[in-house]
Design a binder for this molecule. Structure first.
Ligand SMILES: Cc1cc2nc3c(=O)[nH]c(=O)nc-3n(C[C@H](O)[C@H](O)[C@H](O)COP(=O)(O)OP(=O)(O)OC[C@H]3O[C@@H](n4cnc5c(N)ncnc54)[C@H](O)[C@@H]3O)c2cc1C
Length: 378
């Protein structure tokens, strides 16, 4: 088929990347986004997203992450800015805890550039951490973080430059696919095409309507602290960091840097199975109690970085049942591609998911190893 018309629903993280890769491959792309591109109501706001390679969750994530890193470096070159900031990473946990042990095993299996420290060495290398001697820290040199606002804008710009039409403030209300094509219903009338790519984020469950696939939206909180200027948390002193807490949630944060979009200060947050929410009926503001999410842990493990909370934001996860992404052709129609369930760890994969979605929409398959992410089959 020459120049198939591909409709992409949701021009957020994965949708923007899909539009860019589809348009680059010559598809006639229409992207439909219910808000403005780069809005703050979904999963792609908040200044920074961690990138790590030592993934223990499944070995097939690692080749995807390697390809994503190549594509991030390409985005940096094309945009002339550090959309991906290669500042390294460090992961901390009590000795023997899965968080560091399995990441180290993954690093050894995949030949990644890492270094393992004990608690005393970690305190000496990164004095901001007040962790006990019987902790371990894994330093991962190729890690870093991505600025999500710049990444979504860059992909949207690349898509438009390659001919994609990106339509904002168009809400998709349903879709249909048969042997002749797809028809997408919107609040501004129907849109027809040959293929459909569904990238609805926290809204993906009802949008995709895949039997047996549940996507649970949850509200997450991010905070910025006015850490003392002498606190060793600036770029060059501290990489991206994450530590496993006693309840198995993960406290994480980013080096303090000038020139990023959004609030200034030392950004921290906690990765955990937060409360289920309705993305269409959600108070996106924050209140003082939200700081309880992260502040007591900062006080315990990074006391020299404690300061007033100067800003907080909320953001949404779209969680699959087991935390793995759900990517593949819809069980009801091979014309429809589903990308969902990025479960609070998908951003780092954005460009490679875009490449995969373009493969699936145009070729019906991909050479990337995504079998472990497949959709429930009817
Ligand atoms: C606080 C927070 C911290 C995170 N930290 C990390 C991290 O450190 N590292 C990492 O790799 N990942 C991280 N993530 C996860 C990552 O950001 C997400 O996995 C990723 O952004 C999900 O992308 P998405 O395209 O599925 O969703 P989104 O980016 O939200 O895009 C979905 C889009 O679909 C649109 N849409 C939905 N329904 C419709 C409709 N009916 N019609 C039209 N448009 C529609 C929405 O408006 C939205 O723009 C974090 C997420 C959050 C919230």
């Amino acid at each position: 088929m020459t120049s198939p018309r591909v409709i992409v629903v949701g021009v957020g993280t994965m949708g923007a990347a899909a539009c860019a890769h589809l348009a680059r491959r010559g598809a006639d792309v229409i992207g439909l986004e219910r808000f403005s591109i780069g809005h703050t109501f979904g999963s792609h706001s908040g200044q920074s997203r961690a990138y790590r390679l030592a993934y223990y969750e499944h070995p097939d994530y690692v080749p995807l992450l390697r390809r994503a890193r190549e594509l991030w470096m390409d985005i940096n070159e094309r945009t002339g800015r550090e959309v991906f900031c290669p500042v390294g990473g460090v992961y901390l946990a009590p000795h023997g805890a899965d968080f560091v042990r399995l990441a180290h095993e993954a690093a050894v299996t995949h030949g990644l550039e890492v270094e393992l420290l004990d608690g005393a060495e970690a305190r000496s290398r990164y004095p901001v951490f007040d962790v006990p001697d019987d902790w371990q820290a894994l330093i991962e040199f190729p890690a870093g973080f991505i600025v999500p606002e710049w990444a979504v804008a860059a992909h949207a710009q690349l898509a438009r430059a390659a001919g994609a039409q990106l339509r904002e403030h168009v809400r998709v209300t349903g879709w249909d696919a048969d042997g002749s094509g797809v028809c997408v219903s919107t609040d501004q009338g129907p849109v027809h095409g040959d293929r459909l790519v569904l990238c609805g984020g926290a809204w993906a469950g009802p949008l995709c309507a895949v039997p047996g696939m549940t996507i649970r939206p949850s509200r997450q909180v991010l905070g910025w602290l006015d850490a003392p200027m002498r606190a060793p948390v600036d770029r060059g002193q501290l990489p991206v960091w994450a530590m496993e807490l006693a309840d198995a949630s993960v406290l994480y944060g980013f080096p303090r840097m000038e020139g990023l979009p959004g609030p200034s200060g030392f950004k921290v947050a906690r990765h955990w199975a937060a409360h289920t929410t309705d993305p269409d009926d959600l108070d996106r503001g924050t209140c003082d109690a939200d700081a309880d999410d992260f502040l007591p842990h900062v006080a315990q493990y990074l006391p020299s970085a404690m300061g007033d909370v100067t800003a907080m934001e909320s953001c949404l996860y779209g969680n699959s049942e087991d935390g793995h992404f759900r990517i593949g052709l819809h069980p009801d129609s091979e014309r429809v591609v589903v990308a969902a369930g990025f479960s609070g760890h998908g951003f780092k994969f954005q460009p490679v998911i875009g490449e995969i979605l373009a493969d699936l929409a145009i070729d019906g398959g991909t050479a990337h190893p995504i079998e472990f992410l497949s959709l429930p089959q009817a």
